[in-house]
Design a binder for this molecule. Structure first.
Ligand code: PLP
Length: 313
């Protein structure tokens, strides 16, 4: 076995599999053994995928929508995502700025692989989701964790960011609302971060907004590219359906960013997976505006998950 190990790439050898996978496997095994386990490993919503979504995907498959999809997503889905970004992210993006990905995770992978060269530093506000470190290691980058203190509501402070920046800094990973702390960034927080970034024009930003709908106490969501449009040409805003719509296993995410970077991300995606599975990407009927959701049109804002129980047929 030892000989086979030496044949593996340095890329794989230096990459630590996030501990959350092992935790999730252990929790599943314990549950299978009859134990009552509350697993705090993978970020799974505690409600099932709404049945109308499952039915629509089933219908799409029966209609034969099972062929290779376009690499970057169908035009109809990209249009729905474009409308969603305008409505919820307050971002005006063109179709060429959008990429549909196999889960939010692939958007992160695409961006990191498109930007990071060996030895480039990636600034990660901590505590952070374990997946970031793994992806940066895989790409040959150096994760630079910067502490976010409870006394600052776990939000990245401008002076902490400034102190972490070096000539090798290439990418900042922002994640608000945050996993694991739950911290959310206000417009004032994002404005302060943008002020630092203006002094460092060579740094890209990936804003991971996958938890955009998990807000409490009336907190209003905002995203960096909308707060600081003058630096939006180096920001990729990623989100998806995994958390908001309990679709973690469906593997659908999307991101919007500068066209040249999105094009590079498309090359990475073409190399790894191609487009997302077609029955999830195709529309059931032309007038149905969003992937596989015939009645509730959630991407158009008519089916907030919090209202789901009341609205389902
Ligand atoms: C902060 C964060 N970003 C991205 C992801 C990955 O999302 P997806 O399941 O859509 O790939 C997760 C999943 O737990 C996450 O917690």
């Amino acid at each position: 076995m030892q000989a086979a190990m030496t044949a593996l790439s340095a890329r794989v050898a230096r990459t630590q599999l996030a501990a959350t996978f092992a935790m999730a496997a252990r929790a599943r095994a314990l549950k299978a053994g009859g134990h009552d386990v509350i697993s705090l490993s993978l970020g799974e919503p505690d409600f099932p995928t709404p049945p109308h979504i499952i039915e629509a995907a089933f219908e799409a498959g029966r209609r034969g929508e099972t062929k290779y999809p376009p690499l970057a997503g169908t035009e109809a889905l990209k249009r729905a995502v474009q409308a969603k970004y305008a409505r919820e992210q307050k971002l005006d993006v063109k179709l060429e700025n959008i990429l549909i990905t196999n889960g939010g995770k692939q958007a992160i992978f695409n961006v990191v692989m498109s930007i990071i060269n060996q030895g480039d530093e990636v600034i990660i506000p901590a505590p952070a989701w374990a997946g970031y470190e793994q992806t940066v290691q895989f790409a040959g980058g150096v994760p630079v964790f910067v502490p976010c203190l409870q006394s600052d509501n776990f939000v990245l402070q401008p002076e902490t960011l400034e102190a972490a920046i070096t000539p090798r800094s290439k990418l900042l990973l922002l994640n608000y609302p945050n996993n694991p702390t739950g911290a959310a960034a206000s417009v004032a927080d994002l404005t302060a971060i943008a002020k630092v970034l203006r002094r460092h024009p060579d740094i890209w930003v990936l804003s991971d907004d996958i938890y955009e709908h998990l807000l409490f106490d009336g907190f209003t969501y905002a995203t960096l590219a909308a707060v600081a449009p003058d630096i939006a040409d180096r920001i990729v805003t990623m989100t998806g359906v995994s958390k908001s719509y309990a679709m973690t296993g469906w593997r659908i995410g999307f991101c919007a960013g500068p066209a040249a970077l999105i094009k590079a991300c498309t090359v990475v995606q073409a190399t790894a997976t191609s487009g997302v599975s077609s029955s999830r990407d195709r529309l059931p009927q032309p007038e149905r505006r969003v992937l596989c959701v015939p009645r509730h049109h959630w991407l158009l804002g008519q089916n907030h998950p919090g209202r789901y129980q009341a609205e389902q047929r």
